[in-house]
Design a protein around this ligand. Sequence first.
Ligand code: CP
Length: 316
Amino acid sequence: MVDGGRSLLGIRGESLAWLRGILERALDLPMLQTGEMPVPPGAGSVLTGRTIATLFFEDSTRTRTSFTLAGRRLGAEVVDLSTGSSSLSKGETVVDTARTLAAMGVDAMVVRSSLAGTPGVIARSVPGVAVINAGDGRHEHPTQALGDALTIAEALGRESFDFSGLRVAIVGDVGASRVARSNVALLTGLGASVVCAGPPGLVPRTLEGLGCEVCWSMDEALDGVDVVMMLRIQFERQASGRGAIASARAYRGGYGLTADRAGGLGDSVVVMHPGPVNRGVEIDAAVADGERSLILRQVGNGVRVRMAVLEACLEH
Ligand code: CP
C-alpha cells in the first residue's frame, strides 16, 4: 500500500460530511454510454498503480460489475475472487483469505457476504487496507444507498443533497433488506422522511428504531410520496418472514406496484428498485419499464458512485 485506506462499512455511524463529499464527487463524474471512452478525462489516472480485489461470497450482477468498471475507469488493477474459484472452497477462512491478499499488496477489498458483519471482520484483520461493504446479509449496502441518493438528487432537482421535505416510501421485504437499512440511514440523514411499508411479517414495528415510519397499508404508504422504492421479496433470507405472504399473487394484490396503483401517483413521483426485479410480483413490468422508472438510472449511477467511493477510500 502507498497509504492506509479508509473503509466504508455502512452508512450508520459514518460521517455525513464525508458521505456528502462522495455524492458531490459522483455528481461531477460522467455517466458513460456505450461506445464512449471507458476512462473519462481527468479521472483515469487517480488510482493508477493501486490494486482492488472484489471478494464476493454471494451472487451479484450490478454491484460486482460496477465496482470492477469503476476501479478500471480510475486506472486501478481489479482482481476478482469468487468462492468457487478460491481456496475458500478448501476450507480457508475469509480472514485468512483477506490476509493472504493483503500480503500480496492489495490496497482495497470490496466484500459481499450473506453474513452480516463480514466486511467489518475483514477490515479489522487487514489494518491499512480499505474495506468496502458491497452488501452483508441483512445489515447494510452503503454503496447502493449512495447511488440511490445520487439518482434521487438528479431526478428531483436536489443536487445540493438537501432532501428536506421529500417523502420516500420503501415497500416490500424491508426487515430482510440491507438496501432499506442503508437507505433509511442516508435519506433521513439528508433530511427526507421515510416510510417503510409491507405486510407486518416483513415490516415489523421495530423498524421504527431506524428512524423511519412503519405502515402496513399500501394506500397510506403511497399517499403524498415523492419517491417509491420497491424491494424484492428475498426468498433466500426468509427464515423469520416465512409465512408472511400467502403467495406471490396475493402479495402483488396487497403490496405490488401494479400499473393501476402507479397510475394513481402524482405526475412527478418517481419509482425505484435496487434490483434484481421480480416482475409481476413487487412491481409490474409496465411500471418497471415505464416513464417514472429510474431503475436503469440507478444502475448507471452505481458506477459513478463507486468510482467516487474508491477515490474517497484510497485517496483520503
Ligand atoms: N442491487 C444489488 O445489490 O444488485 P446485485 O445483487 O446484482 O449486486
